[in-house]
Ligand binder design. Sequence first.
Ligand SMILES: Cc1ncc(COP(=O)(O)O)c(C=O)c1O
Length: 436
Amino acid sequence: MIVVSRLPLREWDQDMATAWAQRHVASVAHGLQDMAAQRTAAVSRRLDKVLEAFSHERVGSQHFASLTGYGHGDLGREVVDRVFARVLGAEQAAVRLQFVSGSHAIAAALFGVLRPGDRLLSVTGRPYDTLEEVIGLRGSGQGSIAEFGITYEELALTPEGCVDGSALEQALSTPTRMVLIQRSCGYSWRPSLSIDAIGDICARIHQRQPDCVCFVDNCYGELVEEKEPTDVGADLIAGSLIKNLGGTITPTGGYVAGRADLVEQACCRLTAPGIGREGGIGFDLNRVVLQGLFLAPQMVAEALIGADLVAGVFDALGFAVQPAPGGPRGDLIQAVRIGDPEALKVICRAFQSCSPVGSYLDPVPAAMPGYDSELLMAGGTFIDGSTSEFSADAPLRPPFNLFVQGGTHRGHVELALVRALVALVKAGLLKLPQNG
Ligand SMILES: Cc1ncc(COP(=O)(O)O)c(C=O)c1O
């Protein structure tokens, strides 16, 4: 790990460390101001798309309430689905608070579409941690897709972290029912996939196997670019509402979107065959879901500006970061190679202490359902587990990467970074420049 000042050191001094950290963060923010302006300017284009969808579907306050019981014919649920489908460039969407998380929505898509004997091929390497048990790569006796007779193969990414084109060509000589494409890096050290890259992969797959379902795990990617995977050839996508599209206020839920027949199949898994998309109420939360979508373009832009800042602050101190500050982004995640478990804890503790909720808590590594490694999480968010609010987490395994995401305003990210730097200096893990 660490650090990075080639200058002689001073003794620990709180005021001096704070003044240095504030100057460092401010100077990085200043250097990134053109990129921040570009990200802010992009908000209107994304918001225009959202408003267009609201207007086209004639959203009114009559849609805010939901039915009770089965929810058959729930006008609010139906308008929410149509609005999301338009924003995502999809034929159909199902936006449901009954989805517990993004992993649940993805699992519903896999189980809904795949049948015994089908082949699932991941072209972006090992899928996100929580999908390992869904696929059957970890755990047994829980009804993974492997236990239902679905075969699974994955293609490693190239050393640059891109989809391996020639391996894909070769893999497509075998009939494949579904290809899984993970847009975001998740907990891996690789660039997120651009929409253009996703479009290219889908085109190649459909050219060789027109009936193969191109399915994209869209978690963390929504509204980061002008288009969504469903605009450029993906047949089905899934994601979480406590990430990008929830605009930091939707309290729970997830979505699937894409071809109408595939969305229906995913919903038959969520509810039951025969009920599909037609059941399930919105618990009178349709207003929040719609308002979250309305806020999402702004929240995503703020999170991206915050991610650039995190990248810039650590990059300037000599840490490896992925992606580079101001570089192309396809998701909200900023990875920083901290390289040391103690420093990870210090940073997460500082971020937690700068959170609006639970600032007094001391994050400690703990097991979490669906994950193999212990996780360290700094997430003092209003929505529990929300990663569109400023948060950081780290699977406690070498090389001890920190994954930072979200943020409703850049000022919050700045404050948290200052605290983290001061805490690192105080812990003797970061050296204060003599002339700083
Ligand atoms: C790429 C990716 N896919 C899926 C998920 C799972 O989402 P959730 O935590 O909502 O289950 C995550 C979570 O971080 C992720 O990064």
